[in-house]
Design a protein around this ligand. Sequence first.
Ligand code: TYD
Length: 137
Amino acid sequence: MIDDCKVINLPRVNDPRGNLTFVESGRHVPFEIKRVYYLYDVPGGAERGGHAHKNLRQLIVAMSGSFDVHLDDGRSKKMVHLNRSYNGLFVCPMIWREISNFSSGAVCLVLASNFYDDDDYYRDYAQFQRDVVDSAR
Ligand code: TYD
């Protein structure tokens, strides 16, 4: 499952006046976009995430600056460093994620497949791992 989490190269319109990137719902991301949120003013050394989603799909973009996204599907782990506003990391459901090493002024944009729903979260890693093991049975 962690192999389904891939960096998507978003379209780029390069221009000497400044570059432009666009994202179309269901075309450049493999889901309909229902929500957009962003993390900013992240203090040095802070970490975000620390949870998994049952159904939510997301695209994570470093709009400015850089950060590391640590992914864990309960079996394997990988880390993706994001530092380009034309790259988006697709994160599928049932992936524990932590975001760290934010550069100064970093902005983390997230496009999400659904509205905010607290019931869609795993906030307890042990529970997440139990459900991963159970679903593989
Ligand atoms: P959370 O998803 O834990 O943040 P992160 O994963 O980026 O560290 O959300 C932090 C708080 O913000 C939590 O109390 C719920 C609230 N929240 C919303 O109300 N709407 C949203 O779309 C999001 C993402 C969070």
